[in-house]
Design a protein. Structure first.
Length: 139
């Protein structure tokens, strides 16, 4: 089985000033020591990660580190691109789970939900409470 990693976890991991930095480190260390599951993410998360790290840190080195972590470390995480055929499913997921203003999920968030079946995702590591009740969370 796979464990999906959301953008905010990688941002917290790389940004020592993030309020979830220590929690992200603890979760990822525990998973690497105690579980056989592998970490996965998608290219929408990569896009969101690079954009968010650039905006939050203004530090090119940290942005490059985030990019390299998702793109060049298969021993840590596997990046699965969103296939064109999955986009209508993402949109249907977006329509299904968004209940304005109570719950608002981004299109990127919905890509995680839509991709969970094809990637055999068991859990999602995320600090975003919008996923509660949709996919089992590790926080």
């Amino acid at each position: 089985m796979a464990i999906f990693v959301d953008t905010n976890v990688v941002v917290a991991l790389l940004n020592k000033r993030d309020r979830f930095h220590k929690r992200a480190l603890a979760i990822l260390n525990e998973i690497s020591r105690n579980y056989q599951d592998h970490l996965v993410t998608n290219d929408y998360i990569l896009d969101e990660l690079v954009t968010t790290l650039a905006a939050l840190t203004s530090n090119k080195r940290i942005v490059e580190k985030g990019y390299d972590l998702l793109m060049n470390t298969p021993e840590f995480i596997t990046l699965h691109p969103i296939e064109h055929i999955l986009i209508p499913s993402i949109y249907m997921t977006w329509k299904k789970y968004n209940d304005f203003p109570k719950r608002v999920l981004s299109f990127t968030d919905c890509s995680i939900i839509a991709q969970q079946t094809t990637l055999k995702v068991k859990y999602l590591i995320s600090f975003d409470n919008g996923f509660k009740g949709i996919i089992p969370l590790i926080q």
